[in-house]
Design a protein around this ligand. Structure first.
Ligand code: CP
Length: 268
C-alpha cells in the first residue's frame, strides 16, 4: 500500500502523471462525478485548516465519494486521551483513505506504520505538506510548462514552514534563494516568489510585508505564490496584479486533490 508522507514518496514520473490527470479534471470536472462512488475519505485534522480540509472534502464529494470529517479532534475521543495509533487503527475500519493533519513533524510517518488504509499527509507540524507542494508545483507547471530550470525565491518563515520544506525538496535543478523573515537583502530576479506566513503557533516571531520596491523589480512574467492563510506578507493591493497567482493556486488544490484521491484509492 502506498502512503504520501513526504513529497519524496512520489517519483518525478508519478508527479507528472498527477499533473496530467489534474489538467484533465480541471478541464472537464463533471466527467469524474462518479469516479469514486462508494469510497470514503476520512479527514482527520488535529490542527485548524480552511483550504486543505475543505478541498479534500469537496474533492471526494465531487468524485462521488463520502467524507468522514473530523476537523476538530477535540470533539472526538482524542479529547479523552486516545493515542494517534489507536485513532488511526480505528478510522481505518471505517474509510478507504485518511487525510491527516497533525501537530508534530513525524506523525504522518507514525500513522503510516500502523494504518490499514493509505495515509495522506495533510501537514505534520513543521515537517512537510506534500499535497500543498503538488498544487504549488502544478501552478508553476501551468505557468512555465516545467518545474525545472527555474529561479525560485522563498521568502518568510523558512525554518517552520512545512510548505517550503516540501516544495524545496521537490524543486530540483532550480536556482533557489532564501530570504528569511528578518533578511532585508533585496529579492533576486526570479521566476517564482514563494512567500509564507510567520508561524507564530510554532514559536516564530516577527513579520514582513512585500513592498512596492520588491514588486517593481520582479520580472513581468514571474509569479507570486503563497499557501495561505496570509497575515501581513502580501497586502491586498497586489491581488489584482497579473503576477499574483495565489488564488489560482488555492483553486488548483481542489483539482490536484481529486487526482490524488483517484490515485490513492485505486486498489481499495
Ligand atoms: N495552505 C494550507 O494548508 O491552508 P490551510 O491551513 O487553510 O489548510
Amino acid at each position: 500500500m502506498k502512503h504520501l508522507v513526504s513529497i519524496d514518496d512520489l517519483t518525478k514520473d508519478e508527479i507528472h502523471e498527477i499533473f496530467v490527470q489534474t489538467k484533465k479534471i480541471k478541464a472537464f470536472p463533471f466527467t469524474y462525478r462518479l469516479n469514486r462512488e462508494h469510497t470514503i475519505l476520512s479527514n482527520l485534522f488535529y490542527e485548524p485548516s480552511t483550504r486543505t480540509n475543505s478541498s479534500f472534502f469537496t474533492a471526494m464529494t465531487k468524485l462521488g465519494g463520502k467524507v468522514l470529517n473530523i476537523n476538530n479532534v477535540n470533539y472526538s475521543s482524542v479529547s479523552k486521551g486516545e493515542s494517534l495509533k489507536d485513532t488511526i487503527i480505528t478510522m481505518g475500519n471505517y474509510c478507504d483513505v485518511i487525510a491527516l493533519r497533525s501537530r508534530t513533524a513525524g506523525d504522518a510517518l507514525k500513522a503510516s506504520q500502523v494504518s490499514t488504509v493509505p495515509i495522506i499527509n495533510a501537514g505534520d507540524g513543521n515537517g512537510e505538506h506534500p499535497t500543498q507542494t503538488l498544487l504549488d508545483l502544478y501552478t508553476i507547471w501551468e505557468k512555465f510548462n516545467r518545474i525545472e530550470d527555474l529561479t525560485v525565491t522563498f521568502v518568510g518563515d523558512i525554518e517552520n514552514s512545512r510548505t517550503i520544506h516540501s516544495l524545496d525538496k521537490a524543486l530540483t535543478n532550480c536556482n533557489k534563494h532564501y530570504r528569511d523573515t528578518y533578511n532585508e537583502e533585496p529579492w533576486p530576479k526570479s521566476d517564482v516568489y514563494y512567500l509564507t506566513r510567520v508561524q507564530k503557533e510554532r514559536g516564530s516571531r516577527g513579520s514582513y510585508t512585500m513592498k512596492k520596491e520588491h514588486t517593481n523589480t520582479m520580472p513581468e512574467e514571474s509569479i507570486v505564490l503563497h499557501p495561505f492563510p496570509r497575515n501581513y506578507e502580501i497586502a491586498e493591493w497586489f491581488d489584482t496584479d497579473p503576477r499574483a497567482k495565489y488564488f489560482e493556486q488555492m483553486k488548483n488544490g481542489l483539482y490536484v486533490r481529486m487526482a490524488l484521491l483517484i490515485a490513492y484509492t485505486q486498489y481499495k
